[in-house]
Design a protein around this ligand. Structure first.
Ligand code: ZN
Length: 466
């Protein structure tokens, strides 16, 4: 029985953990590395295991950094079964086809997706649209929350709501080896409690080994209500000053949550009723449609809102923009609008042309609502860069940049401690992943102080005997 770490050990992307038990090899997530050219390029390297030898892939959630290398796994020979919740399947299909399309499109123009963003040498695409489509054909059983699946004789998996994005899960594996049963809990990404659409994260009752994310392990999120209030203030200030509001948006969940708050702000009279809102992202538009199809994944309040026939994302001034030409036309809007566009860390996508157009205007407000990886343009803005280079132009940053980490889809330290507290009586061995070292160390010392347990920092390539 072994557990090996093949990604997101020492950083936050490329989640990929391998569990070996009872002659089966089970991968938990197969994510893409993201955030810089070096990380982009690492995606083409060997996995660290033999792809055809993998029997199952269990997905915690649909984010690219947890699902993005599934087509590559197929391309390299994986033919086993993929198991996820139904909502994760719907979102993963969107994410995987989108990334495959991006790679093919870029390759057909003679540059790789990575080199387009970073100006490096052209490379063949990581995988094709056919690989992506075929990998989607490997999705088998759909997991329901808290219903145990026997994935193979002696190996049981139970998915628990992780409250991170629609369909997200922590996965508890029970490995009934002849020498005794072992339980392994993989947290996936853990959400914030008390969010408007999703349920709060759940922790199953006991595990001997816990693999836990630590993205914001060293940070205390401000109360959600303060972030929402600051969000409305920023939008109102931008409109009053005649500027635009730019929100670099992750297409899954951040976009829907922001739409939810914009709708609520309009309903409650905090924002102008006809406020022009552009969702300039085909991905976010499609993801919003998928969100509308999964009311079973919502918390009670949001589910009831839906049941009354209301759409929590719809406002009178909302414009959903798929077409590239329509996206460019938004440049004519010189002020008074909210523009949401990807990518969430400003490493590519349509947000770049909006930043290019607006970043040097004093009355522009940029609202950062998600995690910004090291080396990303978004991180430079958060860190207060005075100049940035976008699409080859060096631009002065005169816009006001707001960082609202209360909107994060990741739990802060308080919620992470709450999540792990359920396991404490069972004295598990805790392995921290999915966090930069500063965050992991912060969470590690908090767990030590509060619970007297000493977590380990999982290393890339490390193998743990279970
Ligand atoms: Zn995630």
């Amino acid at each position: 029985m072994k557990l090996a770490f093949h990604g997101a050990a020492g950083d936050v992307t490329g989640s990929c953990h391998l569990v070996e038990s009872l002659g089966k090899r089970i991968l938990i997530d197969c994510g893409m590395r993201q955030g810089s050219r070096e990380l982009d390029e690492e995606n083409a390297e060997p996995f660290g295991f033999d792809a055809p030898s993998i029997d199952f892939v269990l997905l915690t959630h649909a984010h690219l950094d947890h699902t993005g290398r599934l087509p590559l796994l197929f391309k390299r020979g994986f033919r086993g079964e993929v198991i996820s919740t139904r909502a994760t399947f719907d979102l993963a299909r969107l994410v995987i086809l989108d990334v495959a399309h991006l790679h093919e499109e870029s390759a057909s123009r003679g540059v790789s997706a990575a080199s387009e963003r970073n100006g490096s040498q052209a490379k063949p695409p990581l995988f094709s649209l056919v690989d992506a489509t075929n990998s989607l054909g490997l999705f088998g059983r759909a997991a329901l929350y808290k219903q145990t699946i026997e994935i193979a004789p002696g190996i049981r998996a139970t998915f628990y709501d992780a409250g991170h994005i629609l369909g997200s899960a922590s996965i508890l594996l029970e490995l009934n080896e002849p020498a005794g049963a072992v339980t392994v809990l993989i947290s996936g990404d853990i959400g914030n409690a008390g969010r408007p659409l999703l349920r709060s994260p759940e922790t199953p009752s006991s595990a001997k080994f816990v693999v836990m994310e630590s993205t914001y392990g060293d940070r205390l999120h401000r109360p959600f209500s303060e972030s929402v209030a600051e969000f409305y203030e920023a939008v109102v200030a931008a409109i009053a000053g005649g500027g635009n509001v730019l929100i670099p948006t992750f297409a899954l969940d951040r976009a829907q949550e922001i739409l939810y708050f914009l709708r609520q702000g309009v309903d409650e009279g905090k924002l102008p009723p006809a406020l022009p809102i552009f969702v300039d992202s085909p991905m976010a538009v499609s993801a919003t449609e998928i969100y509308q199809h999964h009311p079973e994944a919502y918390n009670a309040e949001a589910a009831e809102f839906f049941a009354r026939g209301k759409d929590p994302f719809q406002t009178p001034g909302l414009r959903l923009v798929r077409d590239r030409a329509d996206s460019v036309r938004i440049n004519d809007v010189k002020g008074g609008a909210v523009i949401m566009a990807g990518s969430g860390m400003c490493t590519g996508g349509r947000i770049l042309h909006h930043l290019h157009e607006n970043i040097s205007q004093e009355n522009t407000h940029v609202i950062i609502v998600g995690f910004q990886g090291e080396g990303s343009l978004g991180r430079r803005l958060v860190d207060g860069a005075k100049t940035v280079s976008i699409r080859g132009d060096k631009l002065e940053v005169r816009a006001k940049v707001h960082t609202l980490n209360g909107f994060s889809a990741h739990a802060g330290q308080t919620d992470l401690l709450k999540w792990i507290s359920v396991e404490v009586p069972f004295k598990p061995r805790i392995l921290l992943t999915h966090g930069e070292d500063k965050a992991r160390n912060g969470l590690s010392s908090a767990i030590r102080q509060k619970f007297g347990l000493v977590p380990e920092l999982a290393m890339l390539g490390e193998v743990v005997e279970l």
